[in-house]
Design a binder for this molecule. Sequence first.
Ligand SMILES: C[S@@+](CC[C@H](N)C(=O)[O-])C[C@H]1O[C@@H](n2cnc3c(N)ncnc32)[C@H](O)[C@@H]1O
Length: 214
Amino acid sequence: MSRPDRTYNLNGAFKPPARRKADLAGPDFFPTPAWATRALVDNEAFEGRIWECACGDGEMARVLSGAGYDVRATDLHARGFGTSGVDFLRAKGAVDNIVTNPPYNVAEAFVAQGLKLARRKLALLLRLAFLEGANRANTIFLRTPPSRVWVFSERITFYMKDAPRAGSGTTAYAWFVWDKAASGPPELRWLRPGYKSGRRVPDAAPQRRGKRGV
Ligand SMILES: C[S@@+](CC[C@H](N)C(=O)[O-])C[C@H]1O[C@@H](n2cnc3c(N)ncnc32)[C@H](O)[C@@H]1O
């Protein structure tokens, strides 16, 4: 009898292993809980339109629209939301802002392409461990470091689409924000606790430079 893969079952919840191979058209589809996107819009303001370029079934796009942004939602695959058949990695043409939770196995390519296409801000939800690694240091962080990294103080639990909601997250995530208007060294910021439970009430309009975290 085969034993359960412990990398996927720590605390009963999904944990992406370091080299997860995604079945992007099939079950490997993990919508972002709405509270994780609320934490972004509460701390980062966006000028102009936002492109959610890997929108899945719209979990993130709905929060962005609900915050008052004009959102274009597309995905490579048909997930019942937005425009399907749009490969972000082959897209052309500049846009104001790009916000998404990219597919795990091509996250580096999403950074490179997002930096090419976003005129103002590129915000990607990534594992905190994305900061590590010699290859990423050479290709991303030593050349084009993010302007701000917003570390979640609460764990995000990703559930596979339509899977039972059991267990809690075991992987740390952060919002990585490249802000073309920012100067100076990258800022490391912490998102205040309370977003996950919904207890965190936004103070006022989001700050342009992200002043609401810790
Ligand atoms: C981790 S899911 C995130 C979905 C959504 N952004 C969210 O946070 O709920 C990643 C999504 O990327 C899509 N995807 C994969 N490769 C893509 C590509 N080259 N261009 C656009 N979308 C892609 C997948 O179909 C999937 O819906």
